[in-house]
Ligand binder design. Structure first.
Ligand SMILES: *Cc1c(COP(=O)(O)O)cnc(C)c1O
Length: 390
């Protein structure tokens, strides 16, 4: 059976060049990069190279501003908790949005519950963007951090990051952005955008899983959360994940070289998919911003049906996608992102997210467009909601 992977915002396949770069670090270059002998020094030099590649990809001034982590979630935790603890004497107020990834949302909830931190969750408009005036209004003299994602993982909406950076810098508040979905898909430059901290993750741009990084601008002090060795300039203890870090560096190098081409290719595929669905399936809603959206993201609500059934039926046809509604402990909770953009529970339940990657082809899009309308129609025929409309 034909298999088409359209869930690249969940994870991507590791590029063969990345795997190849990693392999010698399991065997030949096995040393601990913190060791003083030649076995360690030998590896340490490659770790430095990786750090430089990651720094380059995001336009950081200096590679010492990169802290390697176990992924995007850890980078989010380190940034947010690290600043909350470091700036305890300055204030206890954090500003974020209602549509963040759980790596940010649940971290803020933890700080609220156990550290008395006050959190403002900015609303978003129907396209998923915050209002800059809301942000300005929310800042008080107790505000220590603004954490707003670069681009949303569900609906693909890109925030006005430049403007957010300007506001934060003008008001003297630190700005962290979860850029996990943006890195390797659209240009990101921490200096131009006045970003103080940025989270990224290897497996979202064809690197390995279990490795990521937090950019921390020089001069920004945070309290580490992994206590132990002096790795990462005492900001994150534990022996370096050498294979992962080498893979992350290689993925960063390739992502930078291919950024323009990837952006162009995925935009064409995305627009073909959107147009094709709009032409073939009635009663749908395209979620996210019409133009300020990630090149890899398509998110559509199909009225009268449930995303979960849609996923299962597409899976039977070899198509891997995802939905905004997750079946948790017997109750169907629609995505917090879809609710935040103003969709009703009913409509939000019918969401489908298709996310593209570098290996997708036009032919695969044709296949999806061939299969999807029939699946939707079949499910609608079985839907009491749909039949009630006729
Ligand atoms: C995937 C993702 C994360 C989590 O990254 P991990 O490396 O899987 O921990 C965080 N934020 C966003 C926006 C993501 O898409």
């Amino acid at each position: 059976m034909r298999r088409v992977y359209l869930d690249n915002s969940a994870t991507t396949p590791t590029r063969p060049e990345v795997v190849e770069a990693m392999l010698p670090f399991f065997t030949e270059h096995f040393g601990n990069p913190s060791s003083v002998h030649s076995f360690g020094r030998d590896v340490s030099k490659y770790i430095t190279e990786s750090r430089e590649q990651v720094a380059k990809l995001i336009g950081a001034k200096d590679s010492s501003e990169i802290i390697f982590t176990s992924g995007g979630t850890e980078a989010d935790n380190l940034a947010i908790i690290g600043i909350a603890l470091a700036q305890k004497n300055k204030g206890n107020h954090i500003i974020t949005t209602q549509i963040e990834h759980h790596g940010v949302l649940h971290t803020c909830e933890y700080l609220k519950k156990y550290h008395g931190v006050e959190v403002t969750y900015l609303p978003v408009n129907e396209y998923g963007q915050i209002c800059l005036q809301d942000l300005e209004n929310a800042i008080t003299d107790k505000t220590i951090l603004i954490t707003i994602m670069f681009a949303n993982n569900e609906i693909g909406t890109i925030q006005p990051v430049h403007e957010i950076g300007n506001i934060a810098r003008t008001k003297g508040v630190l700005f962290h952005t979860d850029a996990v979905q943006a890195i390797g898909s659209i240009p990101v430059n921490v200096q131009e955008m006045k970003i103080d901290m940025l989270s990224l993750s290897g497996h979202k741009f064809n690197g390995p899983k279990g490795v990521g990084a937090l950019y921390v601008r020089k001069g920004v002090k945070l309290v580490p959360h992994m206590h132990g060795g002096a790795q990462e300039r005492k900001r994150r203890g534990s022996t370096h994940n050498t294979t992962g870090i080498i893979g992350l560096g290689k993925a960063a190098e390739l992502a930078m070289a291919d950024l323009d081409e990837k952006q162009k290719k995925l935009t064409v595929l995305r627009d073909k998919l959107i147009k094709g669905i709009e032409e073939r399936v009635p009663e749908i809603i395209l979620n996210g911003h019409p133009t300020e959206r990630l090149p890899q993201n398509v998110n559509v609500c199909f009225k009268y049906i449930e995303g979960e059934s849609l996923l299962l039926n597409l899976d039977l046809q070899g198509i891997g996608a995802s939905s905004g509604s997750a079946c948790t402990s017997g109750s169907l909770d629609p995505s917090h992102v879809l609710l935040a953009i103003g969709l009703s529970h009913e409509v939000a339940h019918g969401s489908l997210r298709l996310t593209l990657g570098i290996y997708n082809t036009e032919e695969e899009i044709d296949y999806v467009l061939e299969v999807l309308p029939g699946v939707v129609e079949k499910l609608r025929q079985m839907s009491p909601l749909y039949n009630a409309t006729k």
